[in-house]
Write a new protein. Structure first.
Length: 320
């Protein structure tokens, strides 16, 4: 490792790419937490690695290389957030930039790095509810919260990351924590599972079965009374079973657009289903949408629906 690092900072571009590439996925997740967009995070990581290469002469070796990359990535995200300062949303359904993160990519992080402080990505810090709440914070508060409560950095390291005083970093953190406590569900201890539980997988199976049989009653039976449905790409939100029934009629009723096949998957440590639609006269089921489910007390409490443009990141085919 030492020899690789010496070669990288001596100007060996291949060595630098290999060294930085070991942290690419975790940097992507960091940027995703900051920006709530898979695509924006991808752009931010590319910019981070470019800035790191161009600014390698400024690396003094006193800090860990990984921490140095995180500092650059955070600044890139702060710049991105400033450019998107006009992004506003009153509900998750209006967050048109919100995108899901495939669990299969989250699982790459721990095995792909030899850093002792790299950990499995916990549900609590990647779930959609957490990301939505994070987007309500000013960018610097967002960065302070991630550094302290997600990455576990010290107050001094966080202040250095934000290029500010310890007092200012602590103040940003306290304001961020207060806002998050107001916006996040109270039962946060229930979010500790690293991936969907057996109960959640069973409800996902029932969700898939109801859709493939066009069984509206079966879909309603597994939904919470106060279920929330959000469709960020279409800027739509629905609340309660009264909001769910018209959607089911359109999807399952006699005038529906076609028949369904669903493929189970997972996103943001939550169960998810990729839907394929076969329209009348067609011979194949074509990619249509991705539903990410949040389950609470044995019922589906929330569904966040994304378009099929996310399918490639999940390793899903365009048609069945």
């Amino acid at each position: 490792m030492r020899r690789l690092e010496e070669a990288a900072f001596a100007g060996d571009e291949g060595a630098f790419a290999e060294l930085a590439g070991r942290h690419r996925r975790e940097l992507h997740v960091h940027c995703y937490r900051m920006l709530a967009s898979f695509d924006d995070a991808e752009d931010a990581v590319q910019e981070t690695l470019l800035r790191a290469w161009r600014g390698r002469d400024g690396y003094d070796g006193r800090t860990f290389f990984r921490a140095w990359l995180y500092r650059i990535a955070t600044n890139v995200c702060l710049d991105t957030a400033r450019r998107h300062a006009r992004r506003q949303a009153a509900s998750p359904g209006e967050m048109v930039w919100l995108q899901p993160y495939p669990d299969r990519l989250l699982d790459e992080i721990a095995p792909a790095t030899d850093q002792p402080d790299a950990v499995i990505v916990d549900r609590e810090t990647i779930e959609l509810a957490f990301l939505v709440a994070m987007q309500s914070l000013p960018p610097r508060q967002r960065a302070a919260l991630i550094a302290r409560d997600v990455l576990g950095w010290s107050a001094n390291d966080t202040a250095e990351l934000l290029e500010t005083s310890v007092a200012a970093a602590n103040s940003a953190l306290q304001r961020a924590r207060t806002t998050m406590q107001q916006r996040l569900p109270a039962r946060r201890t229930d979010w500790s599972a690293p991936r969907p539980t057996a109960e959640e997988r069973e409800l996902l199976d029932r969700f898939i079965d109801a859709h493939e049989r066009c069984d509206a009653a079966g879909a309603i039976a597994i939904a919470a009374e106060d279920i929330r449905i959000s469709m960020p790409p279409d800027q739509l939100s629905f609340a309660g079973l009264d909001g769910l029934r018209p959607l089911l009629e359109r999807a399952f009723g006699p005038d529906r657009e076609g028949d369904w096949r669903l493929v189970p998957t997972s996103a943001n440590r939550l169960p998810a289903a990729a839907s394929y639609l076969r329209r009348p006269g067609d011979t194949v089921f074509r990619a249509f949408k991705l539903d990410v489910l949040r389950i609470d007390d044995g019922a589906i409490a929330e569904i966040t629906t994304f378009g099929y443009s996310r399918f490639p990141a999940f390793g899903l085919p365009a048609q069945l």
